[in-house]
Design a protein around this ligand. Structure first.
Ligand code: NAD
Ligand code: TYD
Length: 357
């Protein structure tokens, strides 16, 4: 039987990849997205006219909009990907992070609970609320520390991760107190098609393409674990289908890299795929560090592997090549997202960081 899923934030980076994957798999997706600067219907252009994708513009904090949408479409699941997601923006303008990530998630939970309570016993047994979160809620590791497990105490350090931690706690509380059947996923850094070029990997690809400086914060030795977005979307789908209610699942690529190594890898792929007069590495520029910059994230993914049998298909080597090739093959998408608001952010963020090399 066709399943209806409400996906929030489905016009963003991970959301649009998830929507494309779920519609291709046969689900009917009702996509609720506010279309902030990070939301782009162009990501979903291939679904135009497809009756299995219904787009609704609106915020998750708009309780009456959410209520009407749940009553009209009667979903079997809500998957919450709507968020303000960029750490640097949370440092300069945190207000939206509290409104969307905290207040918005709370209202979405509250309306989902009201909807859930009216379902019959069989529909209640099948209903799930899946909340997509981040490994950043766990805090920062030093080089010798073990990777984050699901038991690691939350120690968020940025306004972004603090707002995501708050939302995770609300999800837990709605399950524990009210019995809403929730699931939470905590994933590491994603990369791949449709990522807005404010984040490291697409920013570096685009700057390299245009011969602009490749800005590296601090000493470039901060470590992230990188996961190809398609693998993250498959993990979300498996947690939705088979995850144990009330549990959280870490998701990661087992692919820890220092930022400088990520940028150098992109440069060498660009040297082959889009040769310039000089090696792209020459564009690397060290700039002022991010305040409170977390040193290292690493996720222990034993639980999702053991319980659900999920593992990533892409290695960093294959995923990053696919990603660079995707950006080189999609100049219209790049032109669409790099106008107005994008230019304002790039000049505000980078002109304030003096060059250190
Ligand atoms: P994104 O910024 O690319 O997209 C966010 C989407 O949410 C946009 O389409 C935006 O229009 C929409 N949105 C924002 N506020 C909204 C609101 N109030 N109501 C409805 N829609 C709203 O983000 P992303 O990178 O795709 O991240 C999606 C989710 O995954 C977030 O919850 C994020 O915390 C989490 N996550 C991201 C990463 C990553 O590396 N990008 C890693 C782990 C977890
Ligand atoms: P980002 O893509 O913003 O993800 P997050 O902060 O959520 O991990 O950044 C990834 C890493 O790259 C992080 O350590 C900050 C660093 N970074 C730079 O060095 N230069 C940049 O211009 C950006 C955007 C990020």
């Amino acid at each position: 039987m066709e399943r209806t899923i409400v996906v929030t934030g489905g016009a963003g980076f991970i959301g649009s990849n998830f929507v494309l994957q779920r519609v291709a798999a046969g689900d009917r997706v009702v996509n609720l997205d506010k279309l902030t600067y990070a939301g782009n219907l162009g990501n979903l252009a291939s679904l135009k006219g497809n009756p299995r994708h219904i787009f609704v513009q609106g915020g998750i904090e708009d309780s009456s909009r959410v209520r009407r949408l749940l009553e009209e479409h009667r979903p079997q699941a809500v998957v919450n990907l709507a968020a303000e997601s960029h750490v640097d923006r949370s440092i300069v303008s945190p207000e939206e992070f509290i409104q969307t990530n905290v207040v918005g998630t709370f209202r979405l939970l509250h309306e989902s609970l009201a909807y859930y309570r009216k379902l019959d016993a069989e529909a209640q047994r099948d209903f799930r609320f899946l909340h997509v979160s981040t490994d950043e809620v766990y805090g920062s590791l030093s080089a010798a520390d073990a990777a984050f497990t699901e038991e690691k105490a939350y120690e968020p350090n940025s306004p972004y991760s603090a707002s995501k931690a708050a939302s995770d706690h609300l999800v837990r509380a709605y399950q524990h107190t009210h019995g809403l059947p929730t699931l939470t996923t905590n994933c590491s850094n994603n990369y791949g098609p449709y990522q807005f070029p404010e984040k490291l990997i697409p920013l570096v690809i685009l700057n390299a393409l245009n011969g602009r400086p490749l800005p590296i914060y601090g000493d470039g030795m901060n470590v992230r674990d990188w996961l190809y977005v398609g693998d993250h979307c498959e993990a979300i789908a498996q947690v939705l289908d088979k995850g144990r209610v009330g549990e959280s699942y870490n998701i990661g690529g087992e692919s820890e890299k220092a930022n400088l190594d990520v940028v150098r890898t992109i440069c060498s792929i660009m040297d082959e795929a889009h040769p310039a007069g000089a090696p792209h590495e020459k564009l690397i520029t060290f700039v002022k560090d991010r305040p409170g910059h977390d040193r290292r994230y690493a996720v222990d993914t034993s639980k999702i592997k053991r319980e659900l049998g999920w593992r990533p298909r892409e290695s960093f080597a294959t995923g990053i090549r696919r990603t660079v090739e995707w950006y080189l093959a999609n100049p219209e998408w790049i032109a669409e997202v790099t106008s107005g608001e994008y230019r304002r952010w790039i000049s505000a963020n980078y002109e304030a960081r003096e060059c250190r090399a």
